[in-house]
Design a protein around this ligand. Structure first.
Ligand SMILES: [Zn+2]
Ligand SMILES: [Zn+2]
Length: 470
């Protein structure tokens, strides 16, 4: 009987882009389906201005030929591959031979592009699993034009659901990260247990989810723990701590009280929970909410699908308006629109959720109407940082006070070490990190895979035993 093995396609010594395949006998599970942040191309994001995007219609060819995604053609939509054959795709991997399985299942941990960018190009027959809230968010992203849709069959899973693939089982465990619905997994093949955290943090709203994952892993006695290590640096002792979500939201509340003009807000539309909290806080301070049409479409469609984490949240009953200038013919407009002139005329009444490419609208909003030079800009964990020249020249031009309210989505190095120590696996693998060797594993042996490597789980365990003895 053949034993379980792991193949590493992405996320090795790089930030983002975890693509690992666990396979046993005829079945395999690929976990996560994005591309690394430092790839030649990064997937198009409508919230950003990215000069080098994949060519529309040729994205999959470029990701495959660039070695940015697993070269297993059965994973991909034949219409999107446009005649690429296996030999040309394998050249990017130096002709490496990869294990083949009768059925590959895909699990997607969360809806950040470095974990899901390939989903729109998945084969129609590929079975895809994700958490219920990740699926709701994905429907929102498609409605808002933030992602292309997929032909693949998605199964939205309840928290803690166990999927049985015959040769092994996979349990979905919801975590805490700045993408709503983020979850990790525990694979159990009867011989070995492998846990994958996905992206995670302790400073978020739900540290109890992390403790629950740790307890589950402890009870199952994990052999191989795979964690992210995004915040590791060459010297992890110098990595600053980040504020908790509670502190962040209370600072947001204070700033709203100080804003005399329009309050511009950039927050990631992948973090629906923070969006909801900020909507509720702003409304509680007497503000009206106005959004870019594409952000409103994400918010509306995700909640229409049903975001369990937001069950009963007061934000769901708060009216949202859409800035008329951001309406485009290709987007559904789920709420009433409000004119740019009306917002400019009554700046102090509004909080405006907008995306980076809409910065040009500040020229009109700030030069028309009342309260000029008294607006405030708050950026809350967004891909374009507040000190980027593209933002600061606008703030300077119009005398707008800028504030950053960010705590990131990733665990502090001390939280990483604590998680490893408490789970106490036989070995640990740090992915999604430029400095995996900086991980403090609390004496637990580490394994450092290489990109494209396939290795039996027992060899990982034996190699760390022999390296510890030697
Ligand atoms: Zn990531
Ligand atoms: Zn992420």
């Amino acid at each position: 009987m053949s034993e379980g093995q792991l193949t590493f396609f992405g996320g090795v010594a790089k930030s983002g882009g975890v693509q690992v395949m666990y396979g046993k006998e005829k079945q395999a599970l690929l976990f996560d389906f994005g591309v690394e942040h430092s790839s030649l191309l990064f997937p198009t994001q409508v919230t950003l201005y990215e000069p080098v995007n994949a060519t529309p219609g040729r994205e999959l060819r470029q990701f495959l030929l660039g070695g940015m995604t697993a070269p297993l053609l059965e994973l991909y939509d034949p219409d999107q591959r446009k005649g690429l054959d296996e030999a040309s795709v394998l050249r990017a991997w130096g002709g490496t031979e990869f294990p083949r399985y009768e059925q590959i299942h895909l699990y997607i941990g969360h809806m950040h592009t470095d974990h899901m960018a390939l989903l729109p190009f998945a084969h129609p027959d590929l079975p895809v699993y994700m958490s219920h809230d990740s699926h709701a968010l994905f429907r929102g992203m498609v409605a808002g034009g933030h992602s292309l849709d997929t032909k693949a069959r998605i199964t939205a899973c309840d928290d803690l659901r166990v999927l049985d693939f015959g040769d092994f089982t996979v349990q979905i465990v919801e975590m805490d990260h700045n993408a709503t619905g983020a979850s990790g997994i525990i694979i159990d093949d009867g011989t070995h247990r492998i846990a994958y955290t996905g992206d995670w943090r302790r400073q978020g709203k739900h540290p109890d989810r992390i403790d629950r994952f740790i307890e589950l892993c402890r009870s199952k006695q994990i052999d191989v723990l795979i964690t992210e290590g995004t915040r590791l640096t060459a010297d992890p002792s110098s990595v600053p701590y980040q504020m908790t979500e509670e502190t962040l939201l209370s600072r947001f509340n204070d700033l709203i009280g100080e804003a005399e003009g329009l309050l511009y807000l950039q927050v990631s539309p992948r973090d629906l929970e923070r969006m909801a909290d900020m909507i509720a806080i702003a409304a509680g301070e007497g503000k009206k909410l106005v959004m870019d049409a594409s952000l409103a479409a994400v918010w509306d469609a995700a909640n229409r699908e049903g975001v369990r984490r937001l069950n009963g949240h007061p934000a769901l009953d708060i009216p949202i308006r859409i800035l008329d200038a951001t309406v485009t013919p290709d987007l559904a407009v789920p709420y009433e629109t409000v004119s740019l002139e009306e917002v400019a005329e009554h700046k102090s009444e509004y909080v405006y959720f907008f995306k980076f490419p809409s910065l040009a609208l500040l020229i009109e909003l700030e030069t028309l109407g009342d309260a000029q030079g008294r607006s405030m800009f708050i950026q809350s964990d967004y891909s374009v940082k507040i000190d980027s020249p593209a933002i600061s020249k606008f703030l300077n031009a119009f005398g707008i006070a800028g504030h950053s309210l960010s705590n990131g989505g990733h665990a502090h190095p001390e939280a990483l070490a604590d998680l490893i120590e408490r789970i106490a696996p036989k070995t640990v693998i740090t992915l999604h990190s430029k400095f995996p060797e900086s991980q403090n594993t609390k004496g637990i042996p580490a394994y450092f895979p290489t990109k494209g490597e396939t290795v039996p789980v027992s060899s990982i365990l034996n190699s760390v035993v022999s390296s510890v003895k030697g």
